[in-house]
Design a protein around this ligand. Sequence first.
Ligand SMILES: [Fe+2]
Length: 240
Amino acid sequence: MHEATFSDRKSPFSPEEHATYAEIVTLHRPMRDALLVPMFSKGVAQLELDRSEIPALDEVNARLAKLTGWQGVFVRGLEDGAGFYSLLRDKKFPIGHFVRDRRDLNYTPAPDVVHDLYGHIPFHTDAAYGDYCQRYGTLACEFLDDPTRLRRLERFFWFTNEFGLVETPQGRRIFGAGIASSLGECRYALSAEPEVLPFDVERICEQEFRIDQMQPRLFVMQSIDQLYGSFGKLEAVVRA
Ligand SMILES: [Fe+2]
């Protein structure tokens, strides 16, 4: 599916889309250091994503290439499993080529520029994070014809890269891009409302989720290294 990727040299976004991006990023700015893992803010700064318009992907990719070799690629629709995992394997991350409607400022279940470019791409400035994602994508590519095992990997990604929490010396922080790109979910995820369980690979691989609601159950890692260090366990659970 990623054959459909294309360049944005001529900024194909409408003035309304640029304005919505800028509004969300501005509203998110005060939360960034207080609620998210430091690697997110660092990545936003390194890639200069906090702008009054949608940054040109070519410029973002030039900076990202120097840091980790990862690249964002625009896709015209939601990536299916095969497309998504093979992109990760190739150190590429798909970016939905649209911006959510202003009425969905807080959250959209369909990945858009705010979710993918602003929410995910900053993490890919971190080499260890990028390496982990590449390993994950390579593993998932083994199971493209095995829906049961692929579903375990999908759940794991959901509760870590998308909706994970992590303990840091500064306190509990948001790790997941799904939370990071949702203004409403940022405060909710760190409130007393969701049930927060300790990170547990087996449990996460069996935990179902819905994409159209705030997540009632989240998992918290003791550190980001706990995630990277559990790759062997993930592989064993998925293969079982
Ligand atoms: Fe995502």
